[in-house]
Design a protein around this ligand. Sequence first.
Ligand SMILES: [Zn+2]
Length: 386
Amino acid sequence: MLVLRGTVVTPDGVHPGWEVRIEGGRISGVGSASDRAPGRVVDFGDAWVLPGFVDLHIHGIGPHNPKSKEGIAGMAEWEVKFGTTGFLPSLSSATKEEYLRFLEDVRSVQEDPPEKGARVLGAHMEGPFVNPKMKGGMDERFLRLPDPEEYEDYLVPHLKLMTLAPELPGALELVGALVENGTVASVGHSDAGVEDMERAVRAGLSHVCHLFNAFPERREREKGVKQPSLAEICLVTDGLTAELNGDGVHVHPLMIRLAVKAMGVENTVLMTDSMEGTGLPDGVYRMTDGRLYRVRKGDVARLVDSPEVIVGSILTMERGLRNLVELCGFPIHIASRMASLNPARVLGMDGEIGSIEPGKLADIAVLDRDYRVLMTIVNGKVIYRG
Ligand SMILES: [Zn+2]
């Protein structure tokens, strides 16, 4: 048995002087530290013992991107340095062949995972069925209308999330097909109006991709009535969860507080949207679609040719957690829910991962009070020490 002592963070609070007992890959007990714990005891003092982070939206990290099997395995190995224990490799702006290869690569890494890596929980396709008007950092050449001939080939069990624009012709059928496949349908890079969203939610759309980013401005008045923006529609629509970039640049911290107030904390998710080059020195890197972008510490990833275009972030989850606490003002157990339990719930995996509770898989991140990762545990095994 492995016993971790420290300030244990559970969904309902922060517990100094507690311990987490781990046996056979699972959490077997959580509670006040006992005098005679059996097994190996690691005492972290006042450091936080948190559920490992779950990142639903990530395009690359370190020198890796998801455009090959090795790249996805490399991402899994890098993720644990930042306390992330489960993630969805995400691919945007690609051809059908590239998406099919991506899905195949995700599956083969799931079947043959690296020994010391985070769990690859499935695949996230960001596009290609999104609105060119709201392309944000995406390459327009690769955006197209939903076509069953194309998307039926994507409907594999490990496709967990697809971001799409529900106002496109054929999008509602796509949402229906995704839901039937067990895939979460997410609105993003979209110019949907009130009725588009009503129809999409009725068809089963349930998630929002990087709320507030690549979102349209408010529409013209209709019949003299001021219209809500798509972000505002998402904020008030029941049955939606939303992911937010926590790097402090993509959205102002106050907007994250707004989302939490309007949607409820249980429906908001921290993610990184990070790119290859994250965690590496400042410099120029190549996007999976070939274009060049620059990363600079404290900033975001920007196109070299048009620096006003943000193509992603260089955020890591432990920094996102810190920002939720220090910039947004959330208590750490609330920030932790947004970084672990809520994304696990989006995927329907919260019965197994996402919180420190007896019976769950032992996926754990230990952070010191400066949010530095001291230890990452996946499936009860220590796979990273800071
Ligand atoms: Zn993205």
